[in-house]
Write a protein that binds this ligand. Structure first.
Ligand code: SF4
Length: 103
């Protein structure tokens, strides 16, 4: 599947009500490591499992007074609209979000 097709598939899954684990957000190094480990061990290459575990949403999430959106995340590649966190490594949209958001 090409990048655009994967991006559309993610959009469809989320708009279709895929229940993702939006909270708790990964606020501490321990929770980040725990989630990364779960992504590696439980999700692997499974697209839906990655979206669920990472808590993907189609809109930014306001957390601790900060708007968490892919476009402001350190893992976001602006020109490619891509998440380069190795355990995700997915096409995304600037206004999407996940709980691994990091500044
Ligand atoms: S890690 Fe950052 S860029 Fe990747 S999906 Fe989550 S919020 Fe978006």
């Amino acid at each position: 599947m090409g990048e655009e097709a994967v991006r559309r598939r993610i959009q469809e899954l989320l708009a279709g009500g895929l229940a993702t684990e939006v909270c708790p957000r990964a606020d501490t190094p321990e929770s980040v490591q725990g989630l990364i480990q779960r992504l590696r061990e439980e999700a692997g290459e499974d697209l839906e499992a990655r979206l669920v575990l990472a808590g993907f949403t189609l809109n930014p999430v306001l957390h601790g007074g900060i708007e968490q959106a892919c476009e402001t995340c350190m893992y976001y590649l602006v020109h490619r609209r891509w998440c380069e966190l190795p355990e995700l490594n997915l096409p995304v949209e600037p206004r999407w979000s996940c709980r691994l958001w990091r500044i």
